[in-house]
Design a protein around this ligand. Structure first.
Ligand SMILES: [Zn+2]
Length: 201
């Protein structure tokens, strides 16, 4: 069973993290793990064509390797956020290494937004992060990275997206083929339902 929506009690456990936003009729597209050559350009062109602003949670190492692509994300008016230096898993990395990874990434990514890779971040590790960052989670996960989830199922779930929802797609190789199919269809569904798209402040 795949949960597209975050179970209702999870935000109660982590109330300081941002799971969704209070808005009238706006939803928030976010893209994790980029920049990724071949895909980021495609996403940027698509967003430009639809006049949509989004938020990109980038991996420091990828920014270091693809500075032009990263600059393009910013120059096209999107927001950026820190997603660690090497996509470390919060439950498997010790505290100081994890904090160092965020700090290291911040030398490439100037932002007060942070999203933990895999959404995994034990409570005892977050106090320090909260000093410098808003921790942005999500309320709807596209499962674009999981090839065992049929696209029809994902599109069906997109019909349940509500105002203020933060949606996750992936700007990485694993998701590449599916993002190109899913993103336009999800955006169509949401546009037809009258939603606007915003970036996270
Ligand atoms: Zn990630």
């Amino acid at each position: 069973m795949k949960n597209f929506r975050i179970p209702f009690f999870v935000p109660w456990i982590f109330p300081r993290r941002i799971w969704k936003l209070k808005t009238n009729n706006t939803v928030y597209l976010t893209f994790d793990d980029g920049p990724q050559k071949g895909l980021t350009e495609w996403i940027l062109d698509f967003l430009k064509e639809r006049k949509i602003q989004a938020t990109f949670f980038c991996v420091g190492e990828n920014v270091k390797n693809q500075p032009e692509l990263f600059a393009k994300i910013i120059s096209e008016g999107h927001k950026i956020g820190n997603h660690t230096m090497k996509h470390e898993r919060g439950t498997k990395t010790n505290r100081s290494n994890y904090l160092n990874s965020i700090k290291n990434a911040s030398e490439y990514i100037e932002s007060d937004l942070f999203r933990p890779p895999y959404g995994r971040l034990p409570l005892w590790k977050t106090k320090e992060i909260h000093k410098n960052y808003k921790i942005v989670m999500w309320s709807w996960l596209s499962f674009d990275f999981d090839h065992s989830v049929p696209t029809e199922k994902i599109l069906n779930s997109a019909k349940s997206i509500r105002s203020g929802d933060i949606l996750v797609f992936h700007d990485n190789l694993k998701s590449q083929g599916r993002v190109k199919i899913l993103l336009p269809k999800v955006v169509d569904i949401l546009t037809n339902r009258g939603f606007d798209f915003g970036c996270i402040d």
